[in-house]
Design a binder for this molecule. Structure first.
Ligand code: C6P
Length: 410
């Protein structure tokens, strides 16, 4: 099978990813767990090695040359993110340890701004990271958490969403792309409706940024969060984008070095954005490598990536659908290359173990989205999630392996 996206040279791209040469259980690795974390190209690995080998130093602190070099590289990475996400000002890009940390900064910050009569809306297809911090916020503030329901095809019930919105709605939380179903949510529509009621919207972009070009101004989101490790970058670093007026209103999440303007025992004043939210020594190497990862994705082109991955998705969906008793969860018209499925009553874990024996990495279980599993009345799914370095041949091998697993388990 050859790709219809003829200018996209997947074999060339695969050479950038050293891990793809590995064998697992005596078989060539087929890595279909990209929604959990992406693999890293040599360019990103090199950026990390370069930092530690050649200019490792703390940032924003030293007058010495190494510290200047490290500070420049870290701030250059911030600018790379600013340009990539079309963020108006670079100080609206806050480095975090990941999506979860970014959400918690906002959730914690709203504690004193909510009262018992306020409502916050969260979608039924959120990752636990975009549920639990808001439940904790509701416990602290007394505000009520309401759920935007989902339909059986894995799309949000937009009519129900409109009906839930009211002058009591203060915040809306929704993912850009569901990690379990692959659904691409209609963010601009969600944002426009929320803004009519004066509510702010935080979008969890963890699963979107490696597949789609994201423009925070075009989406008009109030907050947007992401993790580098899902975008070919390292773990332990991510991003919080927020509109200046909102970020300035929020109190700091943590106290410590670098987030202050002046400290006396009587009173401390806080630094300007973005430093107010970046207490302590950050993940300097991670931030620099996040910039390198974004450069790498842009070199290939997110439009090209989206098109190729969509071709892979269609190919795999049609091949898997031919397996007797196989159910795919999440059939939205607009989705990224994620397929969650079960075959008859076979436990997803058992399928995952057999696939692993054949060198194929998938995720099994609830994918940190228990409410989605409860909605479908299932214990979990097998989730295959593709990236732009996967191939049609890998999908062919995967489909054969699933068929073998089903034969062994029935
Ligand atoms: N989903 C998955 O296998 P962190 O762990 O902070 O980088 O990302 C959390 C997170 C938040 N939102 C969404 C939509 C996500 O998919 C994730 C991470 C992984 O689906 C690991 S649980």
């Amino acid at each position: 099978m050859t790709t219809s996206n003829s200018s996209f040279d997947v074999n060339r791209i695969r050479l950038d990813f050293p891990i793809l040469k590995r064998q697992i259980n005596g078989q060539p690795l087929i890595y279909f767990d990209n929604a959990a974390t992406s693999q890293k190209p040599q360019q990103v690995i090199d950026a990390m090695v370069d930092y530690y080998q050649n200019y490792n130093a703390n940032i924003h602190r030293g007058v010495h040359a190494l510290s200047q070099e490290a500070t420049d590289a870290y701030e250059k990475a911030r600018q790379t993110l600013q340009v990539h996400f079309n963020v108006p000002k670079s100080n609206e890009v806050i480095f975090t340890s990941g999506t979860t940390h970014a959400i918690n900064i906002v959730a914690s910050g709203y504690t004193n701004f909510l009262k018992a009569s306020d409502e916050i809306l969260v979608s039924a297809m959120e990752h636990h990271s975009n549920i639990v911090p808001w439940q904790m916020l509701c416990e602290r503030s007394g505000a009520k958490l309401l759920v935007i329901p989902m339909k059986t095809d894995g799309t949000l019930d937009m009519m129900a969403y409109s009906n839930l919105l009211s002058s009591q709605t203060k915040l809306v939380f929704v993912n850009h792309v569901s990690n379990t179903l692959g659904t691409i949510n209609p963010i601009r529509e969600i944002v426009d409706s929320a803004h009519q009621f004066g509510a702010s919207v935080l979008v969890d972009g963890a699963q979107a940024c490696s597949h789609l070009k994201v423009d925070v101004q075009a989406l008009d989101v109030d907050f947007y969060v992401a993790s580098a490790h899902k975008m070919c970058g390292p773990t332990g670093v991510g991003m919080l984008y927020g509109k200046t007026a909102l970020l300035e209103k929020l109190p700091p999440y943590q106290g410590g070095g670098e987030m202050i303007s002046e400290v006396t025992f009587e009173r401390t004043t806080y630094a300007e954005l973005p430093h107010k939210f970046e207490a302590g020594t950050p993940n300097i190497c991670g931030g620099i490598a996040f910039g390198a990862a974004v450069d790498y994705l842009n070199k290939i082109g997110l439009d090209q990536i989206a098109k190729y991955e969509n071709d892979l998705l269609e190919y795999a969906t049609s091949a898997l659908s031919e397996i007797d008793g196989l159910t795919i969860y999440g059939n939205a018209k607009r989705k990224t290359a994620v397929i969650s499925f079960n075959v008859a009553n076979i436990h997803p874990y058992d399928v995952g173990v057999i696939l692993d024996k054949m060198g194929i990495a998938v995720r099994t279980g609830q994918h940190c989205t228990q409410p989605i599993m409860d909605y479908f009345g299932i214990p979990g799914t097998v989730r295959a999630s593709f990236a732009f370095y996967n191939t049609y041949e890998e999908i062919d091998s995967f489909v054969v392996a699933v068929k073998k697993a089903v034969l062994m388990l029935t």
